[in-house]
Design a binder for this molecule. Structure first.
Ligand SMILES: [Zn+2]
Length: 98
């Protein structure tokens, strides 16, 4: 098992955190309500509808890039959790697949 392999995959997970944060912001709505696209404070569009929304990212600070009010999970929690899960998956897989 390579420590470098695990560290690289964990870093990839950390880098995917802002993308994951946008998914959480977009989908964390009560049942029956439409997915969230805009900041609740300034109405700035953060995640677009359709395919463009799939590429949206939100800053790891957890704040709206327009009005700087807090959105969703605390800063860096999503990124650290994603990095941990990716690192654990790499540890479980063992060796790089190629
Ligand atoms: Zn805002």
């Amino acid at each position: 098992m390579s420590t470098i392999w695990i560290a690289l995959v964990a870093a990839l997970g950390f880098a995917a955190g802002p993308w994951q944060r946008a998914r959480i912001f977009h989908h964390a709505q009560p049942a029956g309500q439409s997915w969230r696209e805009r900041c609740s404070h300034c109405e700035h569009t953060l995640v677009s509808k359709g395919r463009r929304g799939l590429t949206a990212i939100l800053p790891p600070t957890g704040r709206c890039p327009h009005c700087h009010n807090r959105l969703g999970p605390r800063p860096f929690t999503v990124e650290i959790i994603t990095a941990t899960v990716f690192g654990l998956l790499a540890w479980h897989i063992g060796q790089p697949p190629c």
